[in-house]
Design a protein around this ligand. Structure first.
Ligand SMILES: Nc1ncnc2c1ncn2[C@@H]1O[C@H](COP(=O)(O)OP(=O)(O)O)[C@@H](O)[C@H]1O
Ligand SMILES: [Mg+2]
Length: 255
């Protein structure tokens, strides 16, 4: 099933001096259920802006963007918020956990907005999700007592507790060491596999990019494909590091 379809999407902002800045231009992208897409690009190339559009945090100023067949620009902001809440999970580089709250309370937060049974079952669902990410013994821990990798696992549990169909990860391993980053990616992938969700990952890490099966690059607000060489492993084994990335792919990702 098609989750997101973008045709000629642009995002333009007006700056305080009255001039206009085209952050994204002419973006075409189709995201299907189960897709594994990586997006690389220099700082300032528009990666986060694109992810925010895909995740309904923002609407395009040009082109067409459909989410599950619905025209995003025609949705009211309330409808957009509800759709995002039930269908999209974000994982950020900064874990963005509520500092004074326990892991269990943090993971329950999205369920407070669930209009169905999720609201009433929020504690059980949050506990199960934390067990799923290996933190069943740290339910009552507050973020300042958890390592970076553990905090990111809480953030993953929070992003996925409503079983979103689209998982958007903005440099999810950027604040973690290589090995912890690879473990965190494996975890996101396996949870995505279980629910058949699509995963779009922005990353600077070639080993992380190589784990996806579609590789894209943003250059100055324009999205380009970077097709993997046939010899590149589509999904390297968990824990595989940069040295195993196909050199041809490596070259194209960094060019
Ligand atoms: N709301 C905004 N107003 C003005 N400029 C913005 C706004 N959002 C993003 N930008 C600019 O657009 C460019 C792309 O931003 P971003 O999508 O965050 O890039 P990336 O994530 O690739 O580093 C940057 O130059 C950024 O400063
Ligand atoms: Mg960014």
């Amino acid at each position: 099933m098609t989750l997101v379809e973008a045709h000629g999407v642009g995002r333009r902002v007006e700056l305080p001096d009255g001039s206009r800045l085209d952050i994204l231009q002419g973006v075409d992208l189709v995201v299907e259920e189960g897709d594994r897409i990586s997006i690389v690009g220099r700082s300032g190339s528009g990666k986060s802006t694109l992810l925010n559009l895909l995740g309904l945090l923002d609407a395009p100023t040009d082109g067409e963007l459909e989410f599950q067949g619905r025209d995003v620009r025609r949705l009211s902001s309330g409808a957009r918020d509800r759709l995002r809440g039930s269908e999209v999970g974000f994982v950020f580089q900064q874990f963005n956990l509520l500092p004074g709250r326990t892991a269990l309370q943090n993971v329950q937060t999205p369920l407070l907005y669930d209009r169905g049974s999720g609201f009433w079952q929020r504690e059980r669902l949050a506990r199960e999700m934390l067990e799923r990410v290996g933190l069943g013994a740290r339910l009552e821990a507050k973020p300042d007592r958890l390592s970076g990798g553990e905090q990111q696992r809480v953030a993953i549990a929070r992003a996925l507790v409503r079983k979103p169909k689209l998982i958007l990860a903005d440099e999810p391993t950027g604040a973690l060491d290589l090995e912890t980053g690879a473990e965190v990616m494996s975890l996101i992938e396996s949870v995505a596999d279980e629910s058949g969700a699509a995963l779009v990952t922005i990353t600077h890490d070639l080993a992380i990019a190589a784990r996806s099966n579609r590789h894209l690059r943003l250059v100055g607000g324009r999205l380009e494909p970077l097709d993997a060489a046939p010899s590149a492993p589509a999904v390297p084994a968990p824990g595989t590091l940069a040295s195993s990335v196909d050199p041809a792919l490596d070259e194209r990702l960094t060019a």
